[in-house]
Write a protein that binds this ligand. Sequence first.
Ligand code: SAH
Ligand code: SF4
Length: 344
Amino acid sequence: MEHQRKRNLVGAGPEEIRDILAGLEEPGYRARQIYAGIYARRLRSWDAFTELGKPLRERLKGRFSLEYPPVLRVFESKDGTRRFLFELSPGQRIEAVFIPEEKRDTVCISTQVGCAVGCLFCATGRLPMQRNLTTGEIVGQVLALEEDRAAAAKRLNVVIMGMGEPLLNYDNVMRAIRLMADGGGMSVSPRRITLSTAGVVPGILALAAEPVVPNLAISLNATTDAVRDTLVPINKKWNIDALLGACRGFPLESRRRITFEYVLIGGVNDSPIDAHRLAKLLKGMRKKVNLIPLNAADSISLKPPDPERVLQFQKILIDRHITANIRRSRGADIAAACGMLAAQ
Ligand code: SAH
Ligand code: SF4
């Protein structure tokens, strides 16, 4: 028995926990206590579950563990941003980023070890795709980062924008979102969860039909298929037209909008013509645009845009009554900014 790995209950859903407890011939309320202990009270050891009584605790201890992804190192930026490097197993590293702000904290989490999409401008895309993260590894990043959270009274936003393409790990990501959003557990409102995709159209269509729907962010990054084909290779499979069609059909609750992320790359997609074309493409949608000046990384040969070009691009959108923010880079000094996550 000693050699048998214990099953990790971080990531288990309410039904799984209920089935496990039923298998141990324990009453249903025990399952609810355990679920709340893991996700709402965030207990880290069976000994902390005092309400279960010693005999049950001992039985659980022998078979089940409560593990968050193991932290290898934490890098802290001058601006307070913290980059967590996790080592899931030798050679399998992922990252998550904790971004404190005045009124809220944001955690940015990963969904895969590496990424198969291979966008030209993204450091993660230069890594080989190794595997999908499990549900427990996805929610475990939030739990591990929050353990470190000084002012828990602040609102928490979760952005699924770290390493990997979330819609290519659809089932585990959806299970993780349901766990995060559950009011009896982690209690992160779906309005405060944002999933970012490079444009996996079947995934967007499936997401639209889910009972719990996060905010949707689309990494658009180009205004013509010719340019997008080179920057975001899955555009060859699902082009701009197909992608925006799926976005137009995406059900939005009142006051919700789709976010379009646009990484500005010097001389590639940052011209006034691009800005006008972008405004036209997005016509009629409830949206906002996040302009992200390219963050340089050693593995990337592209160059950031001139600052004036960024402002000019923004102005063209604003003049067309489009909300357009320039995303201030956080944590660039510790390689924690967008597109810099390379598991180092
Ligand atoms: N795979 C998903 C989520 C992770 S990438 C996606 O592509 O949406 C998160 C965001 O970082 C995307 O909007 C992407 O366009 C942006 N990004 C990637 N590399 C970047 C870089 N070098 N500089 C700035 N932003 C980058
Ligand atoms: Fe993957 Fe997103 Fe990076 Fe593209 S931008 S390589 S989809 S993580």
